[in-house]
Write a protein of this length. Structure first.
Length: 392
C-alpha cells in the first residue's frame, strides 16, 4: 500500500483493486479539517466495461472495526435512498485497513464553492436560484424523511448535516444532497453516538438538538439526540442555508450584542465530531438565540414570499416550523412559479452557475483565495491532464 500524503487518505496516483473493479485516485476533491476528505477516482471494471468517475470518502474518524461498521451503516442507509436529488452510494471498499465509501460523482461544485465564487467577484446568487436549490433539497429531504427499510419499517431518518458542503450543484443544473454519514435513524444495529459528541454540522444544527443537552428529558439515552427528533430539524438547517444564499453571508456571523451577554450558555465540554471555524460553544449560543426577531431583521430586504418561508423554517420550536419538507418545497415552488414568464428551472440554474464560475476563474483573483473544494476555480494547471478523457 502506498503511503498517504496526509492523514485522511492517499494521494493522487494510488490505485487498488477490490472485487470487480480497479480504483485509481485522480486527485483530492476536498481536504479540509471541517469536512470529510473526498477523493476523485476512476472505477474501471476488471473485465470489459466503461470507466467511471466516482468519489471515494475514506472513513478515518474511528479506528479499526468501528470505521468499517460506520461505513456499513452509511451504505445500509443509502440502499434505501433512491432519489434523483440524492447522491447515489454504490457501496464500500476496503484497501488494506482503510475503508472507503464509494459515491456518485456529479460534475459541478458544492454550494459552498459557488457562494465563495460569487462573493469573490462581488455578486449575489439570485433569489430564484436560492429558492430553486432549496426546493430541490427539500424534495430530497421529504423523500428521505418518509423512507422505509426493505421490510417496510420507517427509518425515521434525519440527515443532521444539511449545509453548503453537502449540497452538490451539477453543471447541468441538477441538485443533489450528499453525505448521510451523520444521519440519525432507527435502523436496527446502529452504533450509538459517543456521549457528548455532536454529529452533523454545528454551524447549521437545529436548536432542539442542542436543547436536548441543556435540558434533557427523562430516559433520554443520548444528550445530543432528543426524544422525537424528526425531519423538522433538517428543515431548520435548510432554512439557514436558504437565508445564507439570499444574504451572501452566514446569517449568524458576525455576532451582534445579542450574543455578548447571555444568561445561559452552552456547555463547553461538548465537542463536535469535526472541527469548525468557530468554537462549538459559540455556534450553539448563536443558534439558540436566533429567534423570530433576529430572523425578521436578517430577512427584511428579501422578497416578501421568501421572508415568510425563511421565518417559518427557522422557528425555534419544531412545532412552529413547516410540518414536512414537502410543505416547504411547495411554498418555494409557488414562489418560482409566480415569477414573470416561465418558472425558474434547471437550465436557468445551469446558466447562473456557469456564469459565476467563469467570472471567478480569473487566476489573478484566486491567488490569495484558498478553496475548500479543489479544482473548480479553475483546475490547477498541473492537474489539467489528470482527468481521463471520456470518463463519465
Amino acid at each position: 500500500m502506498s503511503e498517504s500524503k496526509k492523514p485522511g487518505g492517499p494521494g493522487p496516483g494510488k490505485s487498488f483493486a477490490v472485487g470487480d473493479f480497479r480504483y485509481a485516485i485522480v486527485r483530492c476533491l476536498v481536504e479540509h479539517p471541517d469536512y470529510d476528505t473526498l477523493l476523485l477516482a476512476t472505477r474501471e471494471p476488471l473485465q470489459d466495461g466503461p470507466v467511471k468517475l466516482v468519489v471515494l470518502k475514506p472513513i478515518v474518524m474511528e479506528p479499526g472495526r468501528e470505521a468499517r461498521h460506520r461505513a456499513l451503516e452509511e451504505v445500509s442507509l443509502s440502499k434505501s435512498l433512491r432519489h434523483p436529488n440524492i447522491a447515489t452510494v454504490y457501496g464500500y471498499v476496503v484497501d488494506g485497513e482503510l475503508p472507503y465509501i464509494v459515491m456518485e460523482h456529479l460534475r459541478g461544485c458544492f454550494l459552498l464553492t459557488l457562494m465563495d465564487a460569487a462573493w469573490l467577484v462581488g455578486r449575489k446568487l439570485s433569489p430564484d436560484f436560492a429558492a430553486y436549490v432549496a426546493a430541490e433539497v427539500a424534495d430530497a429531504l421529504d423523500y428521505a424523511h418518509r423512507c422505509e427499510d426493505e421490510d417496510g419499517n420507517p427509518l425515521k431518518l434525519v440527515h443532521r448535516a444539511v449545509g453548503p458542503m453537502r449540497i452538490r450543484l451539477g453543471d447541468n443544473g441538477r441538485v443533489k444532497l450528499t453525505n448521510f454519514g451523520a444521519a440519525y435513524s432507527e435502523l436496527l444495529g446502529r452504533i450509538p453516538t459517543r456521549r457528548g459528541l455532536l454529529r452533523g454540522d454545528p454551524a447549521y444544527i437545529a436548536p432542539e438538538i442542542l436543547l436536548g443537552f441543556l435540558k434533557p428529558k427523562a430516559r433520554q439515552r443520548d444528550p445530543l439526540t432528543p426524544h422525537r427528533l424528526d425531519g423538522r430539524a433538517d428543515i431548520f438547517s435548510l432554512g439557514l442555508v436558504l437565508l445564507e444564499m439570499l444574504l451572501s453571508r452566514y446569517p449568524l456571523d458576525p455576532p451582534d450584542r445579542l450574543w455578548e451577554d447571555l444568561d445561559e450558555r452552552f456547555p463547553p465540554e461538548v465537542r463536535a465530531e469535526r472541527s469548525s471555524l468557530l468554537p462549538l460553544e459559540t455556534l450553539a449560543n448563536r443558534v439558540l438565540h436566533f429567534g423570530p426577531e433576529e430572523v425578521e431583521h436578517a430577512a427584511k430586504d428579501l422578497p416578501a414570499a421568501l421572508q415568510k418561508i425563511v421565518a417559518r423554517a427557522l422557528r425555534q420550536n419544531p412545532a412552529d416550523r413547516y410540518p414536512s419538507a414537502d410543505d416547504m418545497r411547495y411554498d418555494l415552488r409557488d414562489f418560482l412559479h409566480a415569477r414573470q414568464g416561465r418558472p425558474y428551472g434547471a437550465k436557468d440554474a445551469e446558466a447562473e452557475l456557469s456564469d459565476i464560475l467563469k467570472e471567478a476563474s480569473d487566476l489573478r483573483k484566486l491567488t490569495a483565495h484558498p478553496d475548500v473544494e479543489k479544482g473548480v476555480l479553475p483546475l490547477p494547471p498541473d492537474l489539467k491532464g489528470d482527468e481521463p478523457g471520456g470518463v463519465h
